[in-house]
Design a protein around this ligand. Structure first.
Ligand code: NAP
Length: 281
């Protein structure tokens, strides 16, 4: 009898998680199946309860349910509470425990792909949505010195910085609008620059990076969370300036790897998971 894992969201057809997890499970000969489920908004509670009574080991939660699923769970981890969203649920003796592996996925991609740890780093993040929040929380928890959040809607950046300043000690959070006069200086001062907006996606009309080539230098790392395409206009510009780059599939891969380990207890076969992703990307 196989054990079951899955993902709930809407839409769900484009999710790469089933590919990645099933490839890993096959590779390790584990008798699990990972199944995607498209769930309508009004059916969310029934879907979550259904997965529980059907003895699923756990499941991923994706857009648009990462926040609204929380009241339907028995408990959530400290990271998920700070991020305010759950992307992974572990069902433990009938208890639904919500985790968030997005932030740790980002940090693992930094550490394992380019050998960079967040401790004492100065980071600049474009965006103040769900992905930016996960990255800003985890980098703070891992000891980043300063995190500057730049967002199109200034108030969202300011509010997020204020909230994280109150909740996470030891990291300086500041929020600004995209039009801030000191943008060039702030980019120059940052060691790690992260795009956590959809700008640069194939489907986004906004292709122009928010920074100029001359603001970057060789010692900086530029990360784009967008992975479709892998090399975005921002990463192209960063390459030209000589800065180091990191593509967005790393965060996707390592958030999946962290969930896999939670569910199965096994060390995930990361390269097999990457291969499954890259075949599709
Ligand atoms: P979200 O919660 O909807 O937030 C979107 C953010 O992008 C907001 O801060 C928004 O600013 C900003 N934004 C949207 N359109 C913009 C534009 N045209 N110009 C400038 N800023 C714009 O989305 P999310 O979940 O954070 O995801 C953001 C991106 O990260 C997605 O496109 C996805 O590709 C990527 N992502 C990647 C991974 C990964 O594993 N690699 C994981 C999650 C997300 P306002 O506040 O002004 O609206």
């Amino acid at each position: 009898m196989p054990k079951y894992l899955g993902i709930i969201g809407n839409p769900i057809e484009h999710s790469l998680s089933p590919l990645m997890h099933n490839a890993a499970l096959r590779n390790q000969n584990l008798a699990y199946r990972y199944i995607p489920f498209k769930v309508e908004k009004d059916d969310l509670l029934a879907a979550v309860q259904g997965l529980k009574v059907l003895n699923f080991v756990g499941f991923n939660v994706t857009i648009p349910y990462k926040v609204v699923v929380i009241p339907f769970l028995d408990e959530i981890t400290e990271e998920a509470r700070l991020i305010g969203a759950v992307n992974t649920v572990l069902i433990n003796s009938g208890r639904l425990v919500g985790h968030n592996t997005d932030g740790i996925g980002f940090v693992h991609s930094l550490q394992r792909e380019v050998g960079i740890t967040p401790e004492k780093r100065k980071v600049l993040i474009f965006g103040a949505g769900g992905a930016a929040r996960a990255v800003a929380v985890q980098l703070g928890l891992e000891g980043a010195e300063q995190i500057i959040i730049i967002n199109r809607t200034r108030e969202r950046a300011v509010l997020l910085a204020q909230e994280l300043t109150e909740k996470i000690s030891g990291t300086i959070y500041q929020g600004f609008g995209l039009g801030t006069a000191e943008l060039a200086d702030r980019v120059r001062e940052a060691e790690i620059i992260v795009n956590a907006t959809p700008a640069g996606m194939l489907s986004s009309h906004l292709k122009k990076p928010p920074i100029r080539e001359e603001w970057l230098r060789a010692r900086q790392l530029v990360v784009d969370l967008v992975y479709n395409p892998l090399i975005t206009p921002l990463l192209n510009l960063a390459r030209k300036s000589g800065a180091q780059i990191l593509t967005g599939e790393g965060m996707l891969l390592y958030q999946g790897a962290a969930a896999y380990q939670l569910w199965t207890g096994y060390q995930p076969p990361v390269e097999i998971m990457r291969q499954a992703l890259m075949e599709r990307l």
